[in-house]
Design a protein around this ligand. Structure first.
Ligand code: CMC
Length: 392
């Protein structure tokens, strides 16, 4: 027996030291290695942010070139892995496919599963970052019944992903640079977010010495839930269900009703009790993309804008400090780009992979590393004697 601090949901427990990401939820501040997210989203790009998260500093031009070429070299998936995709039902959710395929990478790439070998750790990191867009795009193509589109290594990371999702073989597909920039920004804004549920899951899985592919598969599984990465899909489905602005008050009333489990998706955050700084950038990006695509008058967007306004004016949301989070706007952009809602969370997963890996690497270098093993407050029966079945 012992005395433990009871902290369900870990609202006041720091599980590790970290030098990667800082969040001040009251002020709405998010920095990676000290750089504010707004500046990174505006001036940097995803692969540079990946380098920053992984290695701690912004790269020099040669370091960046070398990193980008290493990532590019690893974008292809082993041809045998295609068989793995084919084992899924044709209407599987792409997240289910990703959990399975990423977990299976430990069987295909076992030359990078030894966590005690620094070189193997590095190869596993690059492989995961490089292959995740290919896996997400193939999961999508598989579930819509189209042939896989292979990566093209003359394209940048975001353009390559868009092409793998939207190109139909035998047709030319030219990626619009504004859409590619918007995609890159969505990746950048999701790259890391300190000890959220999926990252903590990766760290907990890794604390037992599990291989990196297994740990990242665990992270993807955790991200899937609607309270976490699944919120972007749930948010867009909610906006579609609301349908027209006149129905908004009914849904706001439901969100406030404690006897109704319904929540406004894309609102609220465990850490941010102020505007989510990622949401501010995402909102701006949403306006740009919708204007480019000429869909500013899209009915979903009208509902989103009106919902945001009414919720922000409502004392319930103000008192509980519930603001729109990153998922409120990302879904609108992805919908406008032509992604089905089932692809929203896979896109979050691919973008968050670098955060998971950076945290995983940091943890393995932590001299204090111990297996994660919370305790509990036992509330069950006292010791009692077994009763034979005929006497029960
Ligand atoms: N709609 C209505 N009420 C809400 C909402 C919401 N979206 N979010 C929180 N509340 C209420 C909640 O009912 C509770 O009220 P009371 O104190 O009267 O019981 C209070 O606000 C605090 O909520 P909580 O559930 O104790 O807070 P939490 O920190 O455990 O949960 C959250 C954070 C993000 C899970 C929650 O706000 C939520 O479910 N939001 C909707 C889902 C969502 O958008 N998730 C994406 C998060 S951002 C991306 C990511 O990191 O994955």
């Amino acid at each position: 027996a012992g005395v433990f601090t009871y902290d369900p949901g870990f609202t006041s427990t720091a599980s590790c030291d970290s030098t990667i990401t800082f969040i001040d939820g009251d002020e709405g501040i998010l920095t990676h290695r000290g750089y504010p997210i707004g500046e990174l989203a505006e001036k940097s790009h995803y692969l540079e942010v990946c380098y920053l998260l992984l290695y701690g500093e912004l790269p020099s031009p040669t370091q960046l070139e070398d990193f980008e070429s290493r990532v590019t070299n690893h974008t292809m998936l082993h041809e045998q892995m295609m068989n793995f995709f084919r084992g899924f039902r044709r209407d599987a959710h792409p997240m289910a496919v990703m959990v399975g395929v990423v977990g299976a990478m430990s069987a295909f790439y076992h030359d990078s599963t030894d966590i005690n070998d620094e070189w193997q750790r590095e190869v596993a990191s690059i492989r995961l970052i490089a292959k995740m867009p290919t896996i997400a795009a193939m999961a999508y193509k598989y579930t819509i019944g189209q042939p896989f589109v292979y990566p093209r290594n003359d394209l940048d990371y975001a353009s390559n992903f868009l092409r793998m999702c939207f190109a139909v073989p035998a047709e030319d597909y030219v990626v619009d640079p504004i859409l590619s920039r918007a995609m890159d920004r969505i990746f950048t804004l999701h790259a890391d977010h300190e000890q959220n549920a999926s990252t903590s899951t990766v760290r907990l899985a890794s604390s037992s010495g599990a291989n990196p592919f297994a740990c990242i598969a665990a992270g993807i599984a955790c991200l899937w839930g609607p309270a976490h990465g699944g919120a972007n899909q749930a948010c867009l489905e909610m906006l579609k269900e609301i349908g027209t602005p006149d129905r908004i008050p009914e849904f706001i009333a439901r969100a406030k009703d404690k006897n109704d489990p319904f929540r406004l998706m894309g609102f609220g955050h465990r850490v941010y009790k102020n505007f989510d700084p990622r949401a501010t950038v995402m909102k701006q990006s949403a306006d740009e993309v919708l204007e480019l695509l000429g869909v500013e008058n899209n009915p979903i967007l009208q509902v989103a804008k009106e919902l945001e306004k009414q919720a922000l004016e409502d004392p319930y949301f103000a008192d509980k400090k519930l603001f729109p989070n990153v998922d409120f706007y990302s879904g609108i952009i992805l919908e406008a780009m032509g992604f089905p809602t089932s692809m929203f969370t896979p896109i979050f997963a691919l973008a968050r992979t670098v955060g998971w890996i950076s945290q995983w690497k940091e943890q393995l270098n932590d001299p204090q590393l111990k297996i994660g093993r919370p305790r509990q407050l036992y509330q069950g029966a006292d010791v009692r004697s077994y009763v034979d079945i005929e006497k029960r």
